[in-house]
Design a protein around this ligand. Structure first.
Ligand SMILES: [Mg+2]
Length: 392
């Protein structure tokens, strides 16, 4: 079969708030080939990613992503990898290309899985999926009291691991942060795993991050996530050496294999978090997972959007041993929730497994999504190079 069409749908909540919640809009990708369709989701600003697909060529190494995708044969896994390699070569200087490719790559795996009647993880070579302990991923409350209540709620819902992040954490005083961490631990009780996500709040300021280590250590956090932006390798490495030792997690901003590999090799990480919707899709996320595992860094998915993205994010490390956790967003916006008809839920043991259905195992709820569809037209020299397609 050949790739017949690739369509991008920009979906948005009526109001997008200035908060650390990536589920407020979405870029859904639909690929059609051989009478089948596959879906993926890009986890980056939707309009620049659409632009990267359709923009005019700037020079030979700065072609639109479209140039390397449409009309390509799609028969097996090697075809997906070849298309990715070609995008990276032809769109070398187009910095949004990896984000745009991410959703396309997911859709190609979904489509090929449907064609071959296999879940994606089996196409990646895993005979079976290993259960993961989902950590309930949510924002800090505005006050320690609110964080405490959110922690109690998550445990009552059955979660044995909970992450709090962003909000005001790291933005006011040391005491305020300590109170937030203590409230989270108090609400969870002593048994549940607690993760803290600083959302890159300290820039490269190792000392400010290090001031929080005693409180994080006392709360026995499973990890401190993103004290610094991805790529701030020296700051990560320095913090990882400080006492008391607190395991570090990071890497969600990785936008290709090499940026992720640098985090594995030079950031002193215990956990590497990869968003398949940013890093180049399932293909690159899988390559990164294999690289991290071989170097003793534990791979974890990064996902804060729909269950289509969640399924895609579980596939790259689905069969790996030793990767205990998976991120599980518990307060997505309605748009992200309504994106799929099916939803992943913890089993009787409180664990998550990827779907057994072919492809990504998710049905996109096109009828529910129409109300979120944003009308967009991009024109160059009087010619329309993109117009929002019909969602049906
Ligand atoms: Mg994070």
């Amino acid at each position: 079969m050949k790739i017949e069409s690739v369509d991008f749908f920009y979906l948005s909540m009526p109001e997008v708030l200035d908060i650390g919640d990536g589920s407020q809009d979405a870029l859904l990708v639909r690929v059609a080939a051989g009478g089948l369709v596959g879906y993926g989701e890009c986890e980056a600003a939707p309009l620049p990613s659409i632009a990267a697909y359709v923009c005019p060529m700037s020079h030979s190494a700065c072609k639109p992503v479209r140039a390397s995708v449409e009309g390509q044969p799609l028969e097996d896994v090697a075809d997906i990898r070849r298309i990715g390699d070609w995008v990276r070569e032809n769109s070398l200087d187009l910095l949004q290309a990896d984000h745009t490719l991410s959703g396309i790559d997911m859709a190609l795996w979904d489509l090929l899985g449907k064609r071959l009647g296999e879940p994606v993880y089996r196409l990646l070579g895993y005979p079976k999926a290993t259960p993961r302990l989902p950590y309930a991923s949510q924002l800090f409350g505005d006050t320690p009291g609110e964080t405490f209540r959110k922690a109690v709620d998550a445990v009552q819902q059955g979660f044995r691991a909970v992450k709090f992040g962003w909000g005001t954490f790291g933005k006011s005083t040391l005491e305020a942060d300590i109170h937030q961490v203590e409230a989270a631990r108090l609400g969870l009780g002593s048994e549940a795993h607690l993760m803290i996500d600083a959302g890159t709040v300290w820039g490269e300021d190792v000392e400010r991050a290090a001031q929080r280590l005693p409180a994080l250590h006392a709360a026995e956090v499973a990890w401190l996530e993103e004290p610094f932006p991805g790529g701030a390798l020296a700051a990560y490495e320095a913090l990882s050496q400080r006492n008391p030792r607190v395991p570090l997690a990071g890497g969600e901003g990785s936008h290709n294999f090499f940026t992720a590999a640098q985090m594995v090799d030079h950031a002193g990480l215990s956990f590497l978090q990869i968003d398949a919707g940013r890093a180049g899709g399932i293909s690159i996320a899988h390559r990164i997972a294999v690289y991290a595992q071989a170097r003793g860094v534990t791979y974890v998915n990064h996902t804060f959007t729909s269950h289509l993205a969640l399924s895609a994010s579980l596939q790259p490390y689905a069969g790996m041993e030793g990767a205990l956790f998976c991120e599980f967003p518990i307060e997505p916006k309605l748009l992200a929730w309504e994106l799929t008809c099916e939803h992943l839920a913890p089993n009787a043991n409180g664990e998550i497994l990827p779907p057994e259905a072919p492809g990504l195992g998710m049905t996109v709820d096109t009828a529910a999504l129409r109300k979120y569809l944003v009308d967009v037209e991009i024109k160059v020299k009087g010619h329309v190079i993109y117009r929002t397609p019909e969602l049906k």
